[in-house]
Design a protein around this ligand. Structure first.
Ligand code: CMX
Length: 134
């Protein structure tokens, strides 16, 4: 079951500069910086009430974030939804015809098991499923 928007991911060129910019915008600092080696990204997180914003900077030219910025520029990269059981949702969505970008859940930032759906199968929005690791 989908339960809420877990976070909105924003692709940025320079995490340090964007941390400063978003700290000014929100009037509060990020609560976490995390490198996700497997995804070739450095991330930072801001919490606004129940809403989480993730900034993503590429840590390698092979990163999905480098390619995205090259093609589309900085901006909203994905919307992540919290799910109670990522494996069940992956099976359900595959049966519904959505294209899963990973066949097994993988470890994402901020203590989550994640799966991405191809934007071509979701009206042009990259969708991430997130299950909290307990
Ligand atoms: N949102 C919407 N559209 C996107 C997109 C995004 N984030 N990224 C790429 N696209 C578009 C491309 O512009 C392209 O569009 P056109 O065909 O109209 O030109 C289309 O998707 C297909 O692109 P592709 O050649 O199949 O694939 P890419 O090499 O561009 O990769 C994607 C796209 C989504 C498959 C790849 O980025 C991916 O596997 N993403 C999942 C992993 C990821 O994003 N990791 C980084 C974040 C990690 C984290 O949150 O911790």
């Amino acid at each position: 079951m989908f339960t809420k928007i877990e976070h909105i991911g924003i692709a940025v060129k320079d995490l340090q500069k964007s941390n400063e910019l978003f700290s000014k915008l929100f009037g509060k600092d990020h609560y976490k910086i995390e490198k996700v080696e497997s995804e070739h990204v450095s991330t930072s997180f801001f919490m606004l009430g129940d809403t989480k914003i993730e900034l993503l900077e590429a840590s390698s030219p092979d990163s999905a974030i480098s390619k995205f910025i090259e093609k589309k520029g900085e901006g909203i990269h994905h919307i992540a939804y919290a799910v109670d059981n990522v494996v069940e949702e992956m099976k359900r969505l595959e049966n519904e015809g959505f294209e899963l970008l990973n066949k097994e859940p993988k470890k994402g930032a901020d203590n989550k098991l994640i799966c991405f759906l191809h934007p071509k199968s979701t009206n042009g929005i990259l969708v991430e499923l997130c299950q909290e690791i307990k």
